[in-house]
Design a protein. Structure first.
Length: 166
């Protein structure tokens, strides 16, 4: 019984891969990409599937870039591998924040991690200031910089909320 269900699931994944390739997305199973597609769909953005680029762009003006952070309920979004030092790597790390017009934190339901509960919009300069604060306090040269839902609620604004949530 399970083998038949696996085969069916694999068939669905293959169909999804074909659809993704038609959209210019070469690796649908790239970590985080499925959630980025969900977020972009809600916000009306165009996904950028390249690993070293922002997550999305404005479909009308490709110079306007966006970064997506995500977490499930009760979690926090993060920028991975941010450098405290040396200075040149720190600046490149902070450029991952600065290059964006907006930064979004999408909170997904714990029971369905492809369903968005809330999306918050943040200004890059606010995120950068918090990233600098966290890097300065870090004992490590490389850190993950986290943004809790409560911090985001205080410093950002809600741009999407699923119906029936507050």
């Amino acid at each position: 019984m399970a083998r038949q269900r696996y085969k069916y699931l694999i068939k669905l994944i293959q169909e999804a891969f074909a659809q993704a390739r038609d959209l210019g997305i070469p690796n649908l199973l790239q970590p985080g990409l499925a959630k980025e597609i969900v977020i972009a769909d809600i916000l009306g953005h165009e996904v950028i599937s390249a690993k070293r680029q922002p997550d999305a762009r404005d479909p009308e003006n490709p110079e306007i870039m966006y970064e997506y952070l995500s977490c499930k309920e009760g979690g926090s979004g993060q920028f991975d591998r941010m450098f405290k030092s040396p200075v040149d790597k720190r600046e490149r790390s902070l450029d991952r924040i600065r290059r964006n017009s907006k930064i979004y934190l999408a909170v997904f339901y714990a029971h369905n991690q492809l369903e968005v509960k809330t999306i918050y919009e943040l200004e890059p300069y606010v995120v950068e200031a918090e990233a600098v604060r966290q890097l300065d306090r870090s004992a490590n040269d490389i850190s993950h910089i986290g943004f809790s839902i409560s911090w985001t609620r205080e410093h950002g604004s809600v741009v999407y909320q699923a119906s029936g949530t507050e």
